[in-house]
Every structure is written in structure tokens, then in C-alpha cells.
Design a protein. Structure first.
Length: 70
């Protein structure tokens, strides 16, 4: 999907598949949806890792500066 849509238009037939879009339009739509879903996946992973990293950092700070030992 890194090629420009004009190259897809050269090799794919220009018939309206669903009365409103050609095959090139459908490929662009699928590509756009995949980018949106990839963004949501990355955001969810960032949120999950952020929370895990916060708790790891808090645990390390509590273990390092534990004043209960004195």
C-alpha cells in the first residue's frame, strides 16, 4: 500500500464495483481503516504499558527509599 493510488488505477479495472466506488477506492478505504485500527492498537498498548511502568517505578522507589527499615 506504499504505491500511489494512480499506479493502482493503472492495473486494476475501472469498473464501479458497488455502484459508487472502483477497486482502487476500495483499496484506499481498506488501507485507511487499517491505519486507524493500528492507531487504536498502539494507543491501547501505550496505555497498558504506561500503567505497568508507573507501578514498576513506584515499587522501585519504595524499595530504594524504604524508611521502615530504620
Amino acid at each position: 500500500m506504499v504505491m500511489p493510488p494512480s499506479i493502482f488505477a493503472l492495473y486494476l479495472p475501472y469498473v464501479c464495483t458497488f455502484y459508487i466506488a472502483s477497486a482502487t477506492d476500495l483499496l484506499i478505504l481498506v488501507s485507511s481503516l487499517s491505519v486507524v485500527f493500528y492507531f487504536f492498537f498502539l494507543r491501547a498498548e501505550f496505555e497498558r504499558n504506561k500503567e505497568e511502568c508507573i507501578w514498576t517505578t513506584v515499587s522501585q522507589i519504595q524499595d530504594t527509599f524504604d524508611f521502615r527499615r530504620f
